[in-house]
Each structure stands twice: as structure tokens, then as C-alpha cells.
Design a protein around this ligand. Structure first.
Ligand code: EPZ
Length: 430
């Protein structure tokens, strides 16, 4: 089992290139099968979740050709089954995206219920409500979402909560429905906009993505396109906070600064210097961080996917900070691990009360999920001494070459298999 061996103490300094957005890539890869023509996708992150989805799509006849590490051509012209049997797809949350894509294109989809990181209740009732509103029958049976429709007819859908997945899924199905669909209270995340832009480049008629009302005029069919996925806002934010935690100086390249506004605002508030350029951000941190209050909210609010990263930073700040996660109720599992490293944090319901400490100390810890895992790595990079972090496969779900990128910035981090390799790492870095 792979683990990260980390020796803390080095500030992160240098330039890091951000990859394509995982949470945009996943629905775009699924949406690419909605045309019989070939789609070329560029700036795709090479991470576990995108690879699992691509593998699952090949099992139903989608032709996938990897033209480079970050580019792929996808052709959904020879799909022979609307049922995905692949076992691995159950492990990822984005398993639900082929439902919207297949339902829209073929009026039928049978796909395993999604898994993903255990960060709280991850309902799909809004996806189901949207599909039903379009005229589909939806059943949950034997671990599958089964849906079919004679016709999909555009309608007015009011989402009961702001859901990224439901907005995108219903938008995909509605793209090939008859007439106009209006989704109210839709999610506004940059990846929702990216999927809409991708579908529009294939001939869809989607307006309003990025606002809370999306209007989709159904079209008969989609055509091929070439599309470049947006940069990953959360990967960028993670490195920006890694600079804050390690008192570093980082130039985070290939980003869209607008997508990072809530993250930048908090970094400035807690005492970092942030400089914005056209497509990069520089974050410098030289002082003890100031405390603050953070509440995660749908975009443009502070993202839940950045909650553990800011909490790790505030754990080293002066005084008391309060972090509330309003999106997922189980996203504080990393607190026990951070406590082993010396943090002083109390969790009450969906709120963490953080009493800043002077330093973290290295320990044997475990990544409970993707973003928490990445945040714990940043804690270990700032900590005194050695950390051995288990369950790094969670981090590999969403960060490409995470430890290699950190190493290039001066971090002492290595992927190790066992205690013997950890001892070797200690000798090398001691
Ligand atoms: C997406 O998950 C992301 N995953 C998550 O990123 C991210 O944390 C989340 O959006 C919020 O931004 C992917 O894009 C693959 P939601 P998703 O539907 O779509 C409730 C990461 O680390 N809800 O916006 O599953 C739900 O319980 C991952 O990259 C319903 O009640 O999130 C949650 O409280 C983790 N019914 C809230 O809405 C529904 O039908 C937001 O969920 C759907 C959601």
C-alpha cells in the first residue's frame, strides 16, 4: 500500500502548473458520448476518477483514444449497451454523469449508484426529480439507477438545493429533450459553465450557465467538437494554501483568477500577500496567520472542497477561528488526524472551532478523503519532523502527480511502499 513519507520544515518556493479541472472533466467526458461524432478533449487531468470513468465508458462501446497524457478522443457512435456494469465506476461520485448523457441520447440508462469520498450524505434525489420532470421513469434497484423514457420533454424544474451534479446531469439530459427546459436554483460553479460551454460547442443551446437560472432549448442531435477543459480551481487553491501553511512563495500558473476570488479573499484576510496576473497567482506568506471565520457555500462562496485546506492553515494561526461546512456534514474526519499532529480543534456539528497552535509535529496519519488528504499533506510539510501518511489513493483520485509537484517546490516528500522505504527516506533526508 502506497504512503507518503514527508519531512516537514521547508517552505514551498517556486512555480507550479495547474492541470485541468477534475470536476469539469468528469461530466465533459460523459457528455462527449452524446454525439456519434468524434470529440477531442484537451487539458484532461490524468487522475484516478477520470481514468475510471473513461474505462467504464469503453465497456459499453465508446471508443477512447488517448492522444497524449492530457488529451483524448472520444467517439460514442458505436455504443451497444445503455447499461454500465463496470465495478470500478461505483467507487466514484461522477458515476451519475453517464445517466444524464445516456438518457438524453438513448432515452435509457442503467448505471451503478455512485460512490466517492465519504464526506456526508450524498443524495441524488434532485437528479431523479429532474429526470422525472423531463418525463423519464427512474428506479433504484439492485444498486443501479435505472431510467428510461419514451419522450423527454422540456419543462420548468426548481432544484430544492443547489447541486453541482444534479444541475449538470439534468442539463445534459435536457440538451437532447424536446422543447425548452428551465433549471431554477442551479449551481453556478465554473465547472457547470464549462460543461455548458462544451455542450454548446457540440451544437447545444444552453444559456444562463453561471447564473441560477439555466435555459436549455433541446436540439435533435449534437456534433463533434474540440474542447479544452478549464484549469482546476481546487488544485490551484490547494497550492495557494500550501504556500500559506509552509510560509512559502508560490507562483501558481495556468489558473483563471476569477474562479479563485473567494480563496484569494480569505488568504489576504489571514495575512498572505496575493498578487494576481492574467493566468497566474502569486502567494507569499511570511507572517503568522490571522484568525478568521469561514462558511462554505455554493459558488461564488468559499468552496467546501477547500475547507480542510483552510482549516489546516488556521490551525497554525493566532487565536480562534471558526470553520463551518454548510455543504457536507461529514467533512471534518481529518480533525482527528490533525490532532495527532498537535492541532487544537473541536468539532461541534458542522462547525470546527480552531485554536491556533505554534506548530504541528509529524505523526503517522491517514487520509480520510481526497481534499482532507491533500490538506494533511500541507500540514505535514509545515510540521516539525516526519509524517507517514496512509491511504494516499484518495489524493490520487483528484491530484495529478501531487507529490512530484510539491517536490519540485522544495518539499521533502516521497511515495513509499513500506516501513523499510520510510526508513530509507529518513536516512536520506535526516
Ligand atoms: C460535486 O459533488 C463535486 N464532485 C464535489 O467535489 C464537491 O464537493 C461538490 O460538488 C460541491 O461543490 C464532483 O463534481 C464529481 P452536490 P456533488 O450535488 O455533485 C446535496 C471533490 O473533492 N444534494 O453539489 O455530489 C448534497 O447532499 C468532490 O472534488 C442533495 O441533497 O455535490 C450536498 O449537501 C467531493 N440532493 C449538496 O447538495 C441531490 O440530489 C451539494 O452536493 C444532490 C445533492
Amino acid at each position: 500500500m502506497k504512503q507518503y513519507a514527508i519531512k516537514g520544515g521547508n517552505p514551498l518556493v517556486g512555480e507550479v502548473e495547474i492541470g485541468g479541472s477534475k470536476n469539469a472533466a468528469l461530466p465533459i467526458l460523459a457528455a462527449a458520448i452524446m454525439t456519434d461524432e468524434t470529440v477531442y478533449i484537451d487539458n484532461m487531468p490524468d487522475v484516478f476518477d477520470t481514468n475510471v470513468l473513461l474505462d467504464a465508458l469503453t465497456t459499453i462501446g465508446v471508443s477512447i483514444v488517448r492522444t497524449g497524457r492530457h488529451s483524448v478522443t472520444i467517439n460514442g457512435g458505436n455504443i451497444f449497451s445503455k447499461q454500465i456494469e463496470d465495478d470500478n465506476i461505483k467507487k466514484i461520485r461522477a458515476a451519475y454523469y453517464p445517466v444524464g448523457a445516456l438518457l438524453g441520447k438513448y432515452r435509457e440508462a442503467i448505471v451503478p449508484l455512485p460512490g466517492g469520498c465519504d464526506i456526508g450524505c450524498r443524495a441524488i434525489d434532485q437528479h431523479i426529480k429532474g429526470f422525472r420532470a423531463l418525463g423519464a421513469e427512474v428506479l433504484i434497484e439492485h444498486g443501479y439507477i435505472k431510467t428510461r423514457a419514451d419522450r423527454l420533454v422540456g419543462t420548468h424544474i426548481y432544484m430544492d438545493c443547489v447541486s453541482v451534479g444534479a444541475t449538470i446531469n439534468v442539463m445534459m439530459a435536457a440538451t437532447l429533450a424536446e422543447g425548452t427546459t428551465i433549471i431554477e436554483n442551479s449551481a453556478k460553479e465554473p465547472h457547470v459553465v464549462d460543461v455548458a460551454n462544451f455542450l454548446n460547442s457540440c451544437g447545444a443551446h444552453i444559456k444562463g450557465a453561471g447564473t441560477d437560472v439555466i435555459r436549455i432549448k433541446g436540439v435533435k442531435k449534437l456534433h463533434g467538437a474540440e474542447y479544452t477543459i478549464i484549469p482546476d480551481q481546487i488544485e490551484a487553491g490547494t497550492f495557494m494554501f500550501a504556500a500559506a501553511v509552509t510560509k512559502g512563495d508560490l507562483m501558481v500558473k495556468n489558473v483563471i483568477p476569477k474562479h479563485l476570488e473567494s480563496i484569494t479573499a480569505k488568504l489576504i484576510e489571514i495575512g498572505c500577500e496575493v498578487e494576481e496576473f492574467d493566468d497566474c497567482m502569486r502567494v507569499v506568506c511570511s507572517k503568522t496567520l490571522k484568525p478568521t471565520h469561514v462558511k462554505t457555500l455554493p459558488y461564488p462562496g468559499f468552496p467546501t472542497d477547500m475547507q480542510p485546506q483552510i482549516a489546516v492553515a488556521l490551525g497554525l494561526g493566532e487565536g480562534i477561528s471558526i470553520v463551518t461546512d454548510t455543504i457536507f456534514e461529514n467533512r471534518f474526519k481529518y480533525v482527528d488526524e490533525l490532532t495527532r499532529m498537535g492541532a487544537n480543534i473541536r468539532v461541534e456539528g458542522s462547525t470546527a472551532i480552531i485554536n491556533g497552535v505554534k506548530k504541528y509535529t509529524g505523526a503517522g496519519i491517514s487520509a480520510p478523503d481526497l481534499r482532507a488528504g491533500a490538506a494533511l499533506v500541507t500540514a505535514a510539510l509545515a510540521a516539525e519532523g516526519y509524517t507517514l501518511l496512509d491511504e494516499v489513493q484518495y489524493i490520487q483520485r483528484g491530484y495529478e502527480d501531487f507529490h512530484l509537484k510539491l517536490k519540485a517546490l522544495g518539499a521533502q516528500i516521497e511515495l513509499v511502499e513500506d516501513q523499510r522505504e520510510f526508513q530509507k527516506f529518513k536516512l536520506k533526508t535526516g
